[in-house]
Every structure is written in C-alpha cells, then in structure tokens.
Design a protein around this ligand. Structure first.
Ligand SMILES: Nc1ncnc2c1ncn2[C@@H]1O[C@H](COP(=O)(O)OP(=O)(O)OP(=O)(O)O)[C@@H](O)[C@H]1O
Ligand SMILES: [Mg+2]
Length: 207
C-alpha cells in the first residue's frame, strides 16, 4: 500500500529524517510514536503527499508520488486527513463542512457516516455550537466521506480528554476493520491498544 524507500528530510541545513525505509500494508493501523521533535509530523506529511521529501522514494498504491498526474484528485479520492486542529469552517454547518469535502457521488454517504459516528443529530449545528470531541468526530467524518483507502492523522486527539480520545481511536479502529489503512502520529501511548503496528522515531531515525 505505502512503500517508503530511503526517505530523508532537511529543513534548510538541518537534517530531521535519516534514510527511513519501511512498508505499510493495506489494512494496518500504524502508530508513529516518538518524543516531541523526533520527526513524526514531518514523516506523516511526507507519507500523506503534503511534503516532498528531500531524498528518497514514496510509492502509494503502486504509484510513485511525484509522478502522479492529478495529485488533487489522487488526494481527494484516496486519502483522508485529520489534524490536531480540525480546520472546520465556522460559517458552515456540520453537514455543510463535510459536503464541501465530498466528491459528488459520495455526498449520499454523509448522513450514514454522521450516524455511525454518533453525531447525526448535530448535522445542522455550527462547529462553535458543539464540543471539542464532537468537532473532532466531524473532522473524522470529513476524512471518511470519500471512503479513502488511507487515513492520515496528526495528533488527532491533541485537544481531547482521555475519554474522547478513546472514542476517536475506536472509530479509527472501526475504519481499519472495514479495510482502511490508518496512520496516526501522536504522543499518546494509549494508541498502542488500537494499533496493529508501531514505528518509534528518535531524532529522525527508527528505533
Ligand atoms: N517547517 C519547519 N522548518 C524548520 N524546522 C522544522 C520545521 N518543522 C519541523 N521542524 C523541525 O524538525 C524536527 C522534527 O519536527 P516534527 O514537527 O516533525 O516533530 P514531531 O515529532 O512531530 O514533534 P511534536 O511531537 O512536537 O509534534 C524538529 O527539530 C523541528 O524543530
Ligand atoms: Mg508533530
């Protein structure tokens, strides 16, 4: 599903990732762990096609990232993104936030997904009228709406308490059960209870 070969990254003169090679198989729940500054977000950004590595090669679903013709469509149709700060639009309702991200033929999924995540009754509310945990579930619904093959999440529970964090991990684990590949970068060691694989980074290298 994802094959990273000899990935290195520099910010200016500072090298932060060192020659990383590994594979993520379809249907894995991969936990990227490591201390602050170890390179988790940098690696996740590279794996999710948002950041071009300084060196190395990345294959997603057999396609070499960098040579993909329509990268916007590739991202929209294959990848779901969840971030620490959900980036929902405050002027749009919960439903509209998800509809904005949805491909035309996936709009029919919205209510089903909201139901599965337990937030269907919030669909007409605005992001500032719901709780942080609910907002993060909306962000997850947005990531799921196009039925992506892969979900990348960077500190998806960074602003949540332990109970809401577990709800989010449980929902990610559900997505894994239905065949989605999930990659989560986080400080939160609770994820080990849900993940099928762990990569631990230290100073830009795999321990
Ligand atoms: N845009 C940037 N420009 C320069 N240096 C950066 C940039 N982003 C990250 N770094 C540096 O790269 C290293 C790895 O950062 P990264 O954000 O990948 O770590 P992280 O493991 O996600 O940390 P955290 O757990 O705090 O989120 C750090 O030394 C950081 O200071
Ligand atoms: Mg980070």
């Amino acid at each position: 599903m994802i094959k990273a070969s000899n990935i290195s990254h520099f910010y200016g003169a500072e090298q932060v990732l060192f020659d990383l090679s590994f594979e993520i198989k379809s249907g894995e729940f991969l936990f990227l762990s490591g201390e602050s500054g170890s390179g988790k977000s940098t690696l996740l950004s590279i794996l999710s096609t948002l950041l071009k590595p300084s060196n190395g090669k990345l294959l997603i679903d057999g396609e070499g990232v960098g040579t993909i013709k329509n990268i916007d469509y590739f991202r929209q149709s294959k990848i779901g993104f969840v971030f620490q700060f959900h980036y929902l639009i405050n002027y749009l309702s919960v439903y509209e936030n998800i509809a904005l991200a949805a491909l035309e033929d996936k709009k029919q999924n919205i209510n089903k997904i909201l139901g599965e995540l337990g937030i269907l009754e919030l669909s007409e509310r605005y992001p500032n009228e719901i709780s942080g945990g609910q907002r993060q579930r909306v962000a997850l619904a947005r990531a799921l709406v196009n039925e992506p093959k892969i979900i990348f999440a960077d500190e998806p529970t960074g602003s949540l308490d332990s109970k809401n964090s577990q709800i989010v991990y449980g929902l990610l684990a559900e997505a894994v059960k239905s065949g989605t590949t999930v990659v989560v970068a986080s400080h939160d060691m609770q994820i080990e209870n849900y993940a099928t694989h762990t990569i631990r980074l230290k100073d830009g290298q795999i321990l």
